[in-house]
Design a protein around this ligand. Sequence first.
Ligand code: ARG
Length: 446
Amino acid sequence: MDSRVEDFTASIHFDRRLYRYDIEGSMAHAAMLAKQGVITPEEGESIVTGLRSILEDIERGDFEFRPEHEDIHMAVEAALVDRIGDAGEKLHTGRSRNDQVALDIRLFLRDEIAAAVKRLEKLMETLVQKAEEEIDTIMPGFTHLQKAQPVRLSHYLLAYREMFFRDRERFLSCLERVNVMPLGSAALAGTSIPIDRAFVAELLNFPRLSANSMDAVSDRDCAAEFMFAAALTMAHLSRFCEDLVIWTSDQFGFVEMADSFSTGSSLMPQKKNPDVAELVRGKTGRVYGNLVSLLTILKGLPMTYNRDLQEDKEALFDTVDTLSSSLEVFEGMVATLVFNRDRMLEEAAAGYTTATDLAEYLVTRGVPFRSAHHIVGRLVGYCIERNIDFSDLELNEIRRFYPPADESIFNCFSVEASPDRRTAVGGTARSAILQRIREIKEAGHE
Ligand code: ARG
């Protein structure tokens, strides 16, 4: 082989990461071959012992990955033959690297899904805890980044908890399709060696076998699904980060990040920057890119295995690493946020954010909603012209727009009371939020 081809086709420098799964799969395969009488029990034992010693050496950092071994599968097999001789040459009976790598990826994804789910659960717990702490904090809710209506900060925090809950479900749903055992598909067409696939599946704890050997060796759907679930999780993290970048600005001043989760400027001594939030937002782009990269690799592949598929791994590994570090650091950042409650309330009160409360009050007095909307709109215009707030209005001024007005109308202008009028399920009233927190705690993560 031309040395350029050797370098170009090698994947050992990144797929060595799969060593544990590769060895685990080979141990199960060898045990099955022995049980089936394809190899002798002694050969089976010698293979398993040899593989175990390789595993231990790799974990100890005592294993030399040689460049002439193009991938992890070749490296382990070559080391096995070195250590145990002839029996090692029998390991690859009834198997191809095509079904072997398909198995390795599934074993790897199984662990990574469990890790992602755990990190999401931790983050959800932190958000619920913060929501409880901030139950009495009123903030302006925004649409179009324009102040809209007063809401409770808890409601905002729990909105993200809902997103992360769906992300967790998405990973767990992906796990059902990951949990399918492809070994036995061989190169593409299965094998005439009398194998027992169900036995291998049992050893490796797979509830199902792949049903079509051609599909099994060319399928990377579960990797694509995982990468989509990761991409959407990153989208949620990124949106939260965007808010934090805005909220930590001097202009907003809604929240302060802990010193341990902010950075300074090398030039301006007074600066405290939300770099962690910005980096999570920035890294979201990589995770999107990885997904698009895999989807693009898949779109033009003739059946069945093609070497293009080797390009799945770096994108997948980068997604796994970016997602896990982002979730870790984000959780710490959120746990240490200090919200400026006074400032949030002040901003919630300014800017006629209770205009909708007033319109809804008029509706309770029998005014059709469209007319109520119009009346309040004119009243807001009047206030803006005079540069006053709702709370500065006199009853006789209100009566110019709504003649039957009485003192009770002033209740509408309280920002503290406003969220609590929205009591329906899913609303931002204190009672609705506390109810939701109770439900969450009762259900656990289910
Ligand atoms: N390193 C390869 C991959 O990751 C393993 C399978 C190679 N199969 C082959 N027929 N060349 O896809």
